[in-house]
Design a protein around this ligand. Structure first.
Ligand code: HEM
Length: 358
């Protein structure tokens, strides 16, 4: 990992990472007065700041678990970029111009779950893809997707309880299987997640992994017709199981960069359309597989860079940054995410810019 000098006040030229985080901090501070506070209130009601910061406290842990300057979740990752090539088939569902035939630039980040920027990549239980697609009018669609198609639980409170249940035990430094089992026993709504987890087989690459929005969103067409959707990005690269190893800690980053040498990597953006009665406000409850799908286009990644100094590092992949024509569902977890992502960005930006974190 590249080491960077502390951010200083005056003449030293700023590194790209520091510049990106400085921009992010300014945006957060300026926006924080309006949309951030509104979002926190919307997600948690009065006293929201405490609740969002409490979730992020649990995520980051204490002592050696705290990695100053890094994301409090999905801390290890790789910046990527490319384009979204619309099929045009979703243009009747949403007025967002990016769905009309044509191309839009993409900045993204591939990552693994967890708060450690040095955790081994290949064996991580969750892999992720975050994307920011920019339309010609400047509006962006930011999304952050994970490998599971569903969450274990459907509320921010239960999600926080899950984080607490999975946190390392103070005595052993490892998660306590008894505590985790007790959490799942107390949450029968986690059945779909547990079924997915039991059948999950890791592939050997970020490139042949499928990622899911999990939360529902609402597409709005030019006449104001509303269609709730979830989506998956489905890899073009065929599945190959992760080998026994040993794997280097950065196995996925290396493998992805090597694959790119042979050419762009592609995924289909597949929308799943809810029918009346499908649960649109609970990420723990899947919709029937038989629901109609629409392939909105192709995500094509053409380059990858280390996150330190990379363009994606200062970006907050807040899933509520949406262009006109895409709206959030009422899922409370989705709204809680905005507050937590902003809190994480505030902390890492402060550490990098004011406290000299790497
Ligand atoms: C539908 C479920 C969720 C999905 C698909 C998801 C996905 C992701 C992804 C892909 C990232 C990494 C983004 C990047 O590369 O910058 C991320 C980061 C993060 N997530 Fe989530 N997440 C989910 C739920 C939550 C919830 C419920 C919370 C807390 C309330 C949360 C808190 C965070 C935080 C704090 C970060 C770090 C943000 C930053 O510093 O930029 N996530 N998530």
């Amino acid at each position: 990992m590249e080491s960077r000098p502390p951010a200083t006040a005056t003449s030293t030229p700023l590194s790209p990472r520091t510049r990106a985080l400085r921009t992010a901090l300014i945006v957060v501070l300026v926006a924080g007065g309006a949309t951030g506070v509104a979002a926190l209130r919307g997600a948690f009601g009065t006293g929201a700041d405490h609740r969002a910061s409490s979730i992020v406290d649990t995520m980051q842990g204490g002592g050696n678990a705290l990695h100053a300057g890094f994301r409090r979740a999905h801390a290890r990752g790789l910046c990527v970029s490319g384009r979204f090539i619309a099929s045009g088939d979703a243009a009747t569902l949403s007025s967002a111009p990016l769905f009309a035939t044509g191309e839009s630039p993409v900045l993204g980040r591939l990552s693994i779950g967890g708060g450690s920027p040095v955790a081994p990549e290949a064996s991580a239980g969750v892999r992720s893809m975050a994307l920011a697609i920019t339309q010609a009018d400047g509006q962006q669609w930011r999304m952050a997707m994970n490998t599971p198609p569903v969450l274990a639980v459907g509320t921010p409170e239960a999600f926080h309880d899950q984080l607490r249940a999975m946190a390392p035990d103070a005595a052993t430094g490892k998660p306590d299987p008894t505590r985790i089992a007790a959490f799942f026993d107390a949450h029968p709504e986690s059945a779909a997640f547990r079924a997915w987890q039991a059948g999950y087989q890791a592939s050997d690459s970020w490139a042949n992994t499928r990622y899911h929005s999990i939360n529902a969103f609402v597409l709005v067409d030019a006449d104001g017709q509303r269609q709730p959707v979830r989506w998956a990005v489905v890899p073009e690269a065929p599945f190959t199981a992760l080998g026994e190893g040993p794997h280097t800690d950065d196995a996925l980053s290396r493998e992805f960069q090597q694959r790119l040498v042979a050419g762009p990597l592609r995924w289909t953006l597949r929308l799943q359309l809810a029918e009346p009665g499908d649960p649109v406000d609970n990420g723990a409850r899947p919709w029937p597989d038989a629901r109609r799908t629409v392939d909105a286009g192709t995500i094509e990644l053409t380059s990858a860079h280390a996150q330190q100094g990379g363009d994606c590092n200062g970006l907050n992949f807040d899933p509520l940054v949406l262009p006109d024509g895409i709206e959030p569902s009422a899922d409370p977890v989705l709204h809680a995410r905005r507050a937590a992502y902003a809190e994480s960005l505030r902390r890492r930006a402060r550490e990098t810019l004011l406290e000299g974190a790497p």
